[in-house]
Design a protein. Structure first.
Length: 70
């Protein structure tokens, strides 16, 4: 099981996967918005999205878990 974590603080602008989706390593799963910049967050390993821990519009801090892959 792997956790995808926020690389910096920002707002969750867009979630590009859903629970149950299969993802590949380095696939973009979430886009954060910070200081009017879009920051893509990739999956660090492949698998199936088990749980989304955030919703679009949520604020996350650096290191917060965004989603879980198994």
């Amino acid at each position: 099981m792997a956790e995808v974590k926020a690389s910096m603080a920002g707002n969750v602008w867009k979630i590009t996967v859903n629970k149950g989706d299969k993802v590949e390593e380095d696939q973009e799963v979430v886009i954060l918005e910070s200081m009017k910049m879009e920051i893509p967050i990739p999956a660090e390993e492949g698998g199936t999205v088990k749980e989304l821990k955030v919703a679009e519009g949520d604020f996350v801090n650096e290191g917060d878990t965004i989603l879980v892959i198994e």
